[in-house]
Design a protein around this ligand. Structure first.
Ligand SMILES: NC(=O)c1ccc[n+]([C@@H]2O[C@H](COP(=O)([O-])OP(=O)(O)OC[C@H]3O[C@@H](n4cnc5c(N)ncnc54)[C@H](OP(=O)(O)O)[C@@H]3O)[C@@H](O)[C@H]2O)c1
Length: 310
């Protein structure tokens, strides 16, 4: 038996419930991982909120796509993305459903070793946002000598995108609320406040070669189009409605991007282990408070990763 958080219906956080479920026996190539921390991401509430469609057959819907924990059981020969796995290994697991649990089942290929220097809470918040940021930077070919504008730079994906862009040798202009500017400056970005007059504030800093929209507002999309000459160098992960009419790529895992995100895991873990990629954990909630966790995320102003612990 394991406790797991599910959405019992489509709706707001009030539809979440903690249930006891029986996990099936492992199939070949699978691993049981005892969860120490589960990463919370906006996609978790968007799915049962119906933003990605509604299918009654998906209910009750397991919640949570990434965890960090300890390998509890393994099928013979199963290897993860960082190599062979053994019971007792501390690991980071991606691409799962039902991460808000005491124990999860995962394909071994989605299980990799957690560096000792990362806490379980940090490890649970590294790869979904890190892989997304990697995909954005790859798609827009951000590299040495570029100036990249990042909208929503203080969020989970944003903090990763800023650090990875700076590591690629780019100059970063980062939009965020003023309270977050010191942290962004610490990562080497030039912060600017979003809101009226944004394009002028950015122009005053200098020309922009590429833009990443992690917010999806008209302001972020319109400013990007205004300041970046080449639309192929603008990408969004949130502006699903408007981006297509502007000729801007909307990136998801489903567009072939999952392969890029999965391939980035080893490098992201290495960078984090070497202290070259910070994971800022904002708040840690108990598994029993999944609804509260999502209400907090839905404010849109979390100050880093939000994590649940069993
Ligand atoms: N398509 C994909 O594959 C994919 C993957 C991952 C995430 N996403 C989506 O990307 C978005 C960001 O995810 P996340 O995990 O980074 O979320 P998050 O951690 O909740 O971050 C939200 C950030 O948005 C900023 N923000 C709020 N209003 C803003 C505005 N008007 N202009 C600029 N910034 C604003 C906030 O900054 P301040 O607090 O400084 O105001 C906050 O730092 C979500 O919509 C998520 O669903 C998509």
């Amino acid at each position: 038996m394991t406790r797991t958080v599910v959405a019992e219906a489509y709706g707001g956080p009030e539809v979440l419930a903690l249930q006891d479920i029986e996990l099936p026996a492992l199939s070949e190539g699978q691993v049981f991982v005892d969860v120490r921390a589960a990463g919370a991401n906006p996609i978790d509430y968007k799915l049962y909120g119906g933003e990605m469609g509604r299918d009654p057959a998906s209910l009750p819907m397991p919640i949570g796509m990434e965890v960090a924990g300890v390998v509890a059981e393994i099928t013979p020969g199963a290897a993860g993305y960082t190599g062979g796995l053994t019971v007792g290994d501390e690991v980071i697991v991606t691409n799962i459903s039902g991460g808000y649990s005491d124990r999860v089942v995962a394909a071994a290929a989605d299980v990799g070793h957690k560096p000792e220097s990362l806490t379980f809470e940090q490890a649970a918040g590294l790869l979904l946002v890190g892989g997304t940021a990697w995909h954005l930077l790859t798609n827009t070919a951000v590299g040495t000598g570029d100036t990249v504008l990042i909208h929503g730079a203080s969020g989970g994906v944003g903090l990763m995108a800023v650090q990875l862009a700076v590591a690629r040798g780019a100059k970063v202009i980062a939009t965020a609320s003023p309270a977050r500017h010191a942290q962004l400056r610490g990562y080497g970005a030039e912060p600017v406040a979003y809101g009226a007059g944004l394009a002028d504030r950015i122009r005053a800093i200098g020309p922009v070669d590429a833009a990443l929209d992690l917010v999806g507002t008209d302001e972020a999309l319109d400013t990007s189009v205004e300041l970046v000459a080449d639309r192929a160098r603008i990408a969004t992960i949130a502006g699903f409605a408007k981006a297509p009419e502007l000729g801007i790529a909307v990136l998801t895992g489903a567009d072939g991007g999952q392969a890029i995100r999965d391939a980035s895991r080893v490098e992201l873990v290495k960078l984090a282990a070497a202290g070259k990629l910070d994971v800022t954990v904002d708040r840690v909630f108990p598994l029993t408070e999944a609804a509260e966790t999502h209400r907090y995320l839905q404010t849109g102003h979390a100050r880093g990763k939000v994590v649940l612990v069993p």
